[in-house]
Design a protein around this ligand. Structure first.
Ligand code: ADP
Ligand code: MG
Length: 512
């Protein structure tokens, strides 16, 4: 028998127990703490279990199970820990599944050994902030047609195995057509779910957020946590969750990324997230059929000029997955266009433009003589004015020939595009980024090469300003606007940040 008393004198462990470490068939002492599990080896010299063999951080643990050995006469009960520690090979920080099995044979009867492990399992669940008795399922939408069409296979092969270890319960719904999820959300009793998880690209996240906002009870519905597992060609929300939790995403293929996201969502952490309220000045056949054609809600980005054209024109290369944006960018840069227009913004603090030749105007007469009413807007608008009204004194306007215009709420708009490295889920501000006429095609191509790390922002021709609200008025009819990667009717567009209106299923950064 091990002498386990001495090292526990000042120990704040919740539980402590001797186990057989299955891998080595040796006796170990295991201590459970609120943030980790420590496994100690038996030291022959000191006759104590005082050699730390393994430290299992709850940061890496998704769940545990208890059970019986394979042999019928085996009276041992087994505690299995499902961990996904970071493997520091070539600094890639990828996570790898490591299963730790611990056998308990203190008692003659299996049932008595099992009862001890039940206590372990309950305490571990508590430390993981789970309540197995009162756990609600997630509503899961899988879009079989997103990206290169792999979402269903990814779900079955990469996501489900992790979730079963993480005790994620869910109701599975496969989308059948565009707007299927938006319709389903109208008739769903949301209180029976813990949140909505989406295996698809960003288009389906946009659909779900707008579906929540369509409801009469939108004020509570929009708090339903929403999360993404990568299944589409643009999986920005899943990338942001990883990036903001200091997890790997950039060097992973879609299969690995799906596994990592399954691990992160399996942690069941929920964080507040800002949204943007977007006001459109015009409608089209598709939008006029919507409940509220002039207001929509965005979690990610508003694109105009070059970047909007790339996003919209590369739709036809969706079979290429994430590569579609790179192919689209090269094609569009070679056929570069300018976009005359006006951008007005309400800065969220002090700002400075890099190029002193850019004129900052105020109280400019709006280009529209009419505006869709604000009456149909559900959220209370703090900053916007109707399109035909002059903007207040604290707004600025820039009139230029633009090449590239992007407004983001989150850091990453694609796996290889870190648009705003310092953005957070709930920083209460947006970043307006633009490039005006006067940049060569070669410089632009180089710039697109620097988007992965976010260093493109350091280029003297790239201007960026943190803002609370914006208005874009194109001065020609040629072009398109993309909101969260979805094309919207073309005409003046404006928006403002809605701080912490939504919740995202993400992962907190934990201490150990
Ligand atoms: P991707 O990244 O490949 O574009 P998205 O999730 O953005 O993937 O989906 C693209 C579009 O597909 C969204 O506008 C969404 O409404 C639509 N959609 C959702 N489910 C289906 C389906 N079953 N069949 C076809 N389109 C769908
Ligand atoms: Mg923000």
């Amino acid at each position: 028998m091990l002498n386990t008393n001495s090292i526990d004198t000042f120990d704040e462990s919740i539980l402590t127990q001797n186990f057989i470490y299955y891998k080595t068939q040796t006796q170990v002492k295991v201590n459970l703490y609120s943030d980790c599990i420590r496994i100690f080896k038996y030291n022959h010299k000191s006759q104590q279990a005082d050699q730390l063999d393994k430290l299992v951080s709850f940061n890496d643990l998704v769940g545990c199970s208890i059970g019986k050995g394979v042999k019928a006469q085996d009276t041992k009960a087994y505690l299995t820990l499902y961990t996904y520690p970071k493997i520091n090979s070539n600094k890639s920080q990828k996570r790898k599944r490591v299963v730790i099995e611990l056998g308990l044979n203190d008692h003659k009867l299996f049932d008595d050994n099992y009862d001890v492990l039940k206590e372990w399992s309950n305490e571990i669940s508590k430390c993981l902030s789970r309540d197995p008795e009162n756990d609600k399922p997630f509503l899961v939408f899988v879009n079989p047609n997103s990206g290169s069409g792999k979402a269903t296979v990814l779900f079955q092969e990469r996501i489900l195995p992790v979730w079963s270890e993480a005790n994620v319960s869910f109701k599975f719904v496969q989308t059948e057509y565009a707007n299927f999820a938006r319709e389903k959300i109208q008739i769903t009793n949301l209180t029976q779910y813990k949140g909505i998880l989406i295996v698809s690209g960003d288009g389906l996240i946009f659909e779900v957020i707008n579906g929540l906002m369509d409801r009469d009870d939108w004020q509570s519905a929009i708090h339903t946590p929403v999360g993404q597992l990568p299944g589409g060609s643009g999986n920005a929300l899943a990338c942001c969750v990883s990036y903001l939790a200091k997890e790997q995403y950039a060097n992973l293929n879609l299969e690995s990324f799906a596994m990592h996201s399954a691990f992160l969502t399996g942690k069941h952490n929920i964080l507040p997230m800002d949204l943007m309220c977007i006001h459109l000045s015009t409608t089209n056949d598709t939008y006029s059929k919507l409940k509220n054609p002039y207001f929509l809600y965005s979690f990610l980005s508003i694109e105009w000029a070059l970047i909007a054209d790339v996003d919209s024109e590369s739709e036809k290369y969706r079979f290429l997955g994430g590569l579609r944006f790179a192919v689209g960018a090269v094609k569009r840069i070679l056929k570069l266009r300018i976009y005359p227009g006006r951008i007005s913004f309400l800065p969220s603090g002090e700002f400075k433009l890099k190029d002193s030749r850019i004129k900052l105007l105020q109280s400019v007469q709006p280009s529209s003589s009419t505006s869709p009413s604000f009456d149909t807007c559900k959220t209370k608008l703090k900053y916007l004015k109707p399109f035909n009204e002059v903007l207040p004194q604290d707004w600025f306007t820039i009139e230029e020939n633009f090449i590239f215009v992007l407004i983001v709420n989150l850091p990453l708009i694609a796996k290889d595009f870190n648009a705003s490295p310092n953005s957070k889920f709930d920083d209460g501000q947006l970043l307006l980024i633009f490039i005006r006429e006067g940049i060569s095609k070669l410089e632009l191509l180089k710039l697109f090469d620097d988007t992965e790390t976010g260093v493109y922002l350091n280029n003297p021709k790239v201007e960026y300003i943190p803002v609370k609200a914006f208005r874009i008025e194109p001065l020609t009819s040629q072009g398109c606007f993309m909101v969260d990667g979805e094309r919207v009717p073309y005409g003046p567009i404006q928006g403002e940040v809605l701080p912490s209106l939504a919740n995202v299923i993400a992962k907190r950064i934990e201490s150990i």
